[in-house]
Design a protein around this ligand. Structure first.
Ligand SMILES: [Fe+2]
Ligand SMILES: [Fe+2]
Length: 260
């Protein structure tokens, strides 16, 4: 089975890159299931229900989120009506929506979970033990060997630690959030595919996808500036893994990055 995970879709440029690139790539890599992080799809901050539908219509099967999950009020109100959108699982119990989802694919069931890191980020519940509970709950009643975890985290070490923690228990641990693709993709010794960060699908000429002038005003002049997505050329970032639905083990991981 071929599973694709696309990194943070940022603004209109990210959505354009997705629309232009995804159909051809899905064909070339014979992708069975396509996942994407959509936390920056709405002009760089959050996701709206309308944009969720737009991204799903482009060929994405499930959208994951991150620290910008609740940036759009519409999503707080409507996430429960969007079964193909999941938010981080380790937030407070008051959060609407679901932290994981089981996709029923003809080739096999697949569990997809979304977690937030705690290092250099707002500290939520422990992502490690949250994942233990979640795997226990989800796998208790049904056989689900395939599992993908989108770990939305800042610190490389925290992401690598989760990779080792889940090695042999899930099919893929994929990092998101930094928007810069890392060149450390690998298959760990117990069959878990891993990459520290899959990278961004959005404007290449920006500060992690955001307008450079606004970033400089905030970081150099220390004055307020609008938080908006950059324009210009775009890039598409993803990984495709090959996995065995019978064992849940990954046998290959390939990094994809396309720039205009
Ligand atoms: Fe992001
Ligand atoms: Fe993020």
């Amino acid at each position: 089975m071929q599973i694709m995970m696309i990194g943070d879709i940022v603004g209109a440029t990210g959505r354009r890159m997705l629309k232009d690139t995804l159909p051809g790539l899905k064909k070339r890599h014979a992708v069975d299931i396509c996942l994407a992080n959509g936390e920056n799809a709405a002009a760089g901050l959050g996701l709206t229900p309308r944009l969720a539908h737009e991204i799903l219509a482009m060929g994405v099967d499930l959208i994951t989120l991150g620290n910008h999950t609740w940036s759009r009020r519409e999503l707080v109100e409507r996430i429960d009506t969007l079964p193909q959108v999941i938010r981080p699982a380790n937030g407070p119990a008051s959060w609407p929506g679901q932290g994981f989802k089981v996709i029923n694919h003809p080739a096999g069931k697949i569990l997809v979970a979304n977690l937030l890191g705690r290092v250099f980020m707002e500290p939520l519940h422990d992502p490690f033990t949250t994942m233990d509970l979640l795997l226990e709950q989800a796998r208790e009643k049904q056989q689900i060997p395939l599992a993908v975890v989108d770990f939305h985290a800042e610190a490389t070490a925290e992401k690598m630690a989760l990779g080792y923690y889940l090695n042999g228990r899930v099919t893929l641990v994929v990092g998101t959030h930094t928007h810069v693709q890392t060149a450390d993709e690998r298959i760990m010794d117990r069959g878990t595919a891993y990459i520290t960060d899959v990278g961004m699908t959005g404007p290449f000429e920006g500060v992690i996808g955001m307008d450079p002038a606004s970033s400089l005003r905030r970081l150099v002049e220390h004055l307020p500036a609008p938080y908006e997505a950059a324009g210009g050329k775009g890039q598409f970032s993803a990984v495709v893994i090959t996995a065995d639905p019978a064992t849940g083990r990954a046998t290959a991981i390939e990094r994809i990055q396309i720039r205009e």
